[in-house]
Design a protein around this ligand. Structure first.
Ligand code: GLA
Length: 383
């Protein structure tokens, strides 16, 4: 990928890149909508990445080229503004650069940048976090800005929250930054601590992208975010609002009468999901892969019934997969409302089995899901 990126960079900008960096996509292993509630979550960095190439230019322009369309977006370094919808792809690296400057990066001149990816976008694998982290690493190196991974992860999230306008938590950027081959990243989103647990040996991830994207997905994500904040406010009883992580299932039951049924169900999903993440951690440490699988299935069931961020397509994929040979568990992975289902399986689940799932899905919905067998991969780095 590096050679072809270098070649296209030279074609577009007439020079060689000075720095390359890469960052992976991620699977949300378990911990659905827990991150922005100060909860716990586990993710796995994938072996599919975004690679960014960058070089300084003598004036004060920031030029981003799109690998897809060849279009360029040119922004003045001294007045960085969010780009309109049709150039939204440029907002991810642009927002990252804005917050790097705010964090102390000194830029004596502008740059040219291009990236390339083998990560399917729109499949719920966080290609946007991968772009943010690859950009953050490349830009920091280019200007000699000495920032640690946690700082760059936080900047990626800040870009989503305050530049792109998506109220996400730290899961996607955290896993893209701190991922490790053969490891699951565990994040305590309250303390922003990252740790790694070994992936069960001989396991593989299968991803089935429903290819459905709800038209209102951003609005629905924000609506769930607001419902969780509402629950946290009620549970905090007029005091300084504490995140849902601070409350137990018992606290929620005691306050049930003070909230609408919808708000109660959203909070129940999050509070129970935090408990499932902790149990998953114990099962992993005990080598109990079947126990892990049960948690994955239970997480999906809770998304389906309580958080209502699943859909018919995802439910059907989970149903097909949960009964399949070699599959320990399956669940929607990521924000939901479309996107992908991930299955944790051993080698007895083969590509023929995956084809059978695809065919059954196609028979019901008239379209094929895209299927990827993924391995774990390393986190973001300069290469
Ligand atoms: C998206 C967000 C994450 C997280 C998940 C749901 O992937 O970007 O921060 O909230 O949804 O768990």
């Amino acid at each position: 990928m590096r050679e072809s990126l270098e070649k296209t960079f030279a074609e577009i900008f007439g020079k060689k890149p000075e720095v390359f960096a890469q960052a992976p996509g991620r699977i949300e292993f378990i911990g659905n909508h827990t991150d922005y509630n100060g909860g716990v979550v586990m993710g796995v960095a994938l072996d599919r990445i975004v690679m960014a190439a960058i070089a300084k230019r003598p004036d004060r322009k920031l030029v981003f080229a799109s690998a897809k369309s060849g279009e360029k977006v040119c922004v003045d370094l001294d007045s960085i503004k969010k780009q309109p919808r049709e150039y939204n792809w440029a907002n991810y690296p642009l927002g990252v650069f804005k917050f790097l400057l705010e964090a102390g990066l000194k830029a004596d001149c502008g740059f040219e940048m291009l990236d390339r990816s083998n990560l399917p976008s729109g499949a719920g694998l966080s290609s946007s976090a991968a772009i943010e982290l690859a950009s953050a690493f490349a830009m920091s190196k280019l200007y000699g800005f000495d920032a640690d991974t946690k700082t760059l992860v936080r900047i990626g999230r800040k870009c989503e929250n305050h530049f792109v306008g998506m109220p996400c938590g730290i899961l996607d950027q955290g896993v893209s930054g701190f991922g490790k081959k053969d490891a699951i990243v565990f994040i305590d989103c309250l303390t922003e601590e990252f740790s790694a647990y070994p992936l069960p040996k001989g396991c593989k991830f299968w991803l089935f992208n429903s290819t459905k994207k709800h038209a209102l997905v951003d609005g629905l994500y924000a609506a769930r975010h607001n419902e969780c904040m509402e629950a946290a406010k009620i549970l905090s009883e007029g005091g300084e609002p504490r995140p849902l992580r601070a409350f137990s299932a018992g606290d929620l039951e005691a306050a049930k009468g003070k909230m609408t049924d919808v708000v109660y169900r959203r909070a129940k999903h999050v509070i129970d999901e935090n408990a499932r993440v902790m149990k998953t951690k114990d099962f992993l440490l005990a080598g109990d892969i079947r126990g892990v699988g049960k948690m994955l299935n239970a997480s999906h069931e809770s998304s389906r019934t309580l958080f209502e961020n699943s859909c018919e397509e995802l439910d059907y994929l989970v149903e097909l997969l949960s009964g399949a040979r070699g599959v320990f568990g399956a669940r929607l992975s990521g924000g939901g409302f479309g996107g992908a289902v991930m299955a944790l399986a051993d080698s007895s689940f083969t590509s023929e089995d995956a084809d059978a799932v695809s065919k059954a899905y196609e028979a019901k919905f008239g379209k094929k899901p895209s299927v990827f067998a993924c391995e774990s991969g390393d986190g973001a780095k300069v290469i």
